[in-house]
Design a protein around this ligand. Structure first.
Ligand code: PLP
Length: 395
């Protein structure tokens, strides 16, 4: 088997060797329950505190502001449903954006069915929320604004600082889904006015099934899982100690190595975008050139179907993802790509490549070479393309 080229780090990252080593004792000999009072348990309790401190250090907050969860989805659900329930007497209006992850959007639908009113902000053609629209829709009964730090499909980094400042002038709280951004860019919580923040371990080289929610002092959320007194009575259930330990290590590493990874990935990202734009006709970059995640390349190609290209790339050992999905025999672009307002033809030919710390220039070259060949062959099979080319020749 040939070596895989993995360019889907926004979907998940491989577990780092360092995090795995840190986890091993807690998968084997240190199996105690952190709630037990004998040594074997106490050692686990210490391990949880160490992970909590490590994560708090990356965000410059106190360890008690970090609550462990099972991942990004749970953190998002807890933040939204928790704030909605806790502050219902103040109002039932929530603001979010059209390009949030489904962990946010589907939780919003759930709340809508329970009498909450949700406003979904539009984005511009690069995926930025419109600040003037945010100011317009904020009301005295708005209890929460939830805007993602960076988008998982197109990599757009939102102006969180400005959004935080606008939200602070209202009664609302500010939550951000930082699952893609955490570990890639610094997030100064205080300066950006963030009240709650979600993150997920498996997006920054930690194990799956662990995440956390940052909750600022003074905000009280109702417990999401009812049971024991874990997480200061806020999230019941015996903690996933090995995964949390791995997440703590991965968090420290992510911040220690952030600068060098960011520089390297930004350079490779821009190189990949440049090669595609130079060598592949009829393509369009989604998301901004500057304020985008260092590892994100999202490109739409006319005259092809994204999912088909992903399958053909997979046959060459390259892992990427599409910005569209085939439902009942028809290609439908994702809600994020649709929100950008590009043509339907471009939208269904959308591909996402997300680089990682192990990605090399050789892999990028191999991928662009393969993509060029696949697109050329695939487009030839499309009658719309051949007609288009013939018409262009006649002119
Ligand atoms: C992956 C992701 C999630 C979900 O996190 P899980 O830990 O997989 O549940 C939520 N939001 C964004 C932006 C993501 O990329």
């Amino acid at each position: 088997m040939t070596q895989k080229i993995y360019l889907d780090h926004a979907a998940t990252t491989p577990l780092s060797e360092e995090a795995l080593q840190e986890m091993m004792p807690y998968l084997k000999e240190n199996y105690g329950n952190p709630s037990s009072i004998y040594d074997l348990g106490a050692d686990n309790k210490g391990a949880l505190l160490k992970a909590r401190k490590a994560i708090a250090a990356t965000l410059q907050c106190e360890p008690q502001n970090i609550y462990f969860t099972s991942g990004g989805t749970e953190s998002d659900n807890w933040a939204l449903v928790g704030i909605a329930e806790q502050y219902a007497s103040r109002g039932k209006h929530i603001i979010t954006s059209k390009i949030e992850h489904h962990a946010i959007l589907n939780t919003c639908s759930y709340l809508e069915k329970r009498g909450y009113e949700i406003t979904y902000l539009d984005v511009d053609e690069q995926g930025f929320v419109r600040l003037d629209q945010l100011k317009q829709v904020l009301r005295s009964d708005t209890i929460l604004v939830s805007i993602m730090t960076a988008n998982n499909e197109i990599g757009t980094i939102q102006p969180i600082h400005e959004i935080g400042r606008i939200v602070k002038q209202s009664n609302a709280l500010f939550h951000t889904d930082a699952v893609q951004a955490y570990g890639q860019i610094p997030i100064p919580l205080e300066e950006w006015g963030i009240d709650l923040l979600s993150a997920s371990s498996h997006k920054f080289y930690g194990p799956k099934g662990a995440g956390f929610l940052y909750i600022r002092d003074g905000i009280r959320l109702p417990s999401f899982l009812h049971g024991g007194k874990q997480e200061r009575g806020m999230r019941a259930g015996t903690e996933n100690v090995p995964a949390i330990v791995g997440m703590g290590k991965a968090a420290s590493l992510a911040f220690e190595t952030m600068k060098e990874r960011r520089e390297k990935e930004t350079e490779l990202r821009d190189y990949m975008i440049h090669r595609m734009e130079q060598e592949i006709p009829y393509c369009h970059l989604n998301g901004p050139r500057g304020k985008r995640l260092p590892n994100n390349v999202n490109m739409s190609f006319s005259f092809v179907d994204g999912e088909t290209i992903v399958i053909l790339l997979d046959m060459e050992g390259i892992c990427a993802s599409a910005g569209s999905a085939c439902t009942a025999g028809q290609s439908v672009a994702s809600h994020v790509i649709n929100a950008l307002g590009i043509s339907a033809d471009l939208a269904i030919g959308t591909l996402r490549f997300t680089l990682g710390r192990q990605t090399t220039k050789a892999e990028i070259d191999q991928t662009v070479d393969a993509l060029k060949k696949i697109l050329e062959e695939n487009r030839k099979l499309n009658p719309r393309f051949t007609t288009f080319i013939q018409n262009n020749r006649k002119r």
